[in-house]
Design a protein around this ligand. Structure first.
Ligand code: SF4
Length: 282
């Protein structure tokens, strides 16, 4: 069976470094690159993705949800915004489109290994993760993720292992620190997403439901207006006003304009230069 490493590219530093690492270490004919477009990315990220595609000749596969056109359609259809407990945005806009593509490659006879730039340091929840793991999915539209640790406890472990829809995940930089990621990019002259130099610690959806107050305070006027318009749309269809704002604080919904005003970054409009703490501009 032909082996295929399907490398996820998001425009973030971790996935970019992973992309570069895979290009250096693995035969090019075993590599494919994929970008899941949520329709809710920063315009600079879209430009950056094009730059990566062209510069590294990725022949990037771009996928998006077949069911929901983008984040806006998703939130209006669900009559609510995603939140940290119910993160349907990731499932619908990223995981399912990528799983569908994986299944397509499997049907073509490939053994697919999904390569992701996940790092332990990013989250407490990920502490137990290793270089390789296997997730199990019965169908792309019905995701059943289980960690290998939990699977081992299951009596029906053999059934899971023999599941034809098992997806093997390779996380080559899982043990890297943030500093190591920046060092690698510097050593290899990798141009990172310009959002990092502008002070973002993470790039992804713009904004992401997990954005910090600082990140919300750094949103552009256009982005605030975009969220506000969506909040208006969702509030017209939802029956629960708690579900009608993109952000929450202590369980209470807060309209984007309120949270932005409180945290607006650089309201004096000073020229701050590079504000990334990892010496990106040295
Ligand atoms: S980046 Fe944030 S908003 Fe976008 S899909 Fe992931 S969790 Fe949801």
């Amino acid at each position: 069976m032909k082996k295929l490493y399907l490398v996820s590219v998001s425009g973030g530093k971790d996935s970019t470094v992973t992309m570069h690492y895979m290009l250096n270490k693995y035969p090019r004919n075993q590599l494919k690159f994929i970008f899941a477009d949520t329709g809710w990315e920063n315009p600079l990220t879209y430009k950056y993705i094009d730059y990566l595609d062209k510069t590294y000749k990725l022949d990037l596969i771009r996928v998006s949800s077949e069911k929901f056109k983008d984040m806006e359609t998703l939130c209006v259809s669900k009559k609510m915004f995603p939140n940290r407990v119910n993160k349907f945005c990731t499932n619908e806009l990223k995981i399912i489109p990528i799983l569908n593509k994986i299944n397509e490659f499997k049907l073509l006879g490939f053994k697919v290994i999904s390569v992701v730039g996940v790092r332990k340091e990013e989250s407490e929840k990920r502490k137990g993760e290793g270089l390789w793991k296997t997730n199990f999915t019965h169908h792309a539209n019905f995701i059943s993720f289980r960690s290998l640790k939990n699977i081992k406890k299951s009596k029906s472990v053999k059934n899971f292992y023999s599941n034809e829809n098992a997806v093997t995940i390779y996380q080559p930089i899982v043990n890297w620190t943030t500093q190591e990621v920046y060092d690698y990019s510097k050593k290899n002259n990798i141009e990172l997403n310009p959002l990092y130099k502008m002070g973002c610690s993470r790039v992804g959806c713009y904004p992401c439901i997990n954005s910090s107050k600082n990140e919300i305070g750094m949103l552009s006027f256009e982005a605030v207006q975009k969220v506000k318009a969506l909040e208006n749309k969702v509030s017209k269809v939802t029956t629960n006003s708690k579900n009608a704002t993109f952000f929450y604080s202590k369980g209470k919904p807060i309209p984007i304009e309120d949270i932005y005003k409180k945290n607006e970054f650089n309201s004096l409009g000073l020229d701050l230069g590079c504000i990334n703490p990892y010496g990106l501009c040295e």
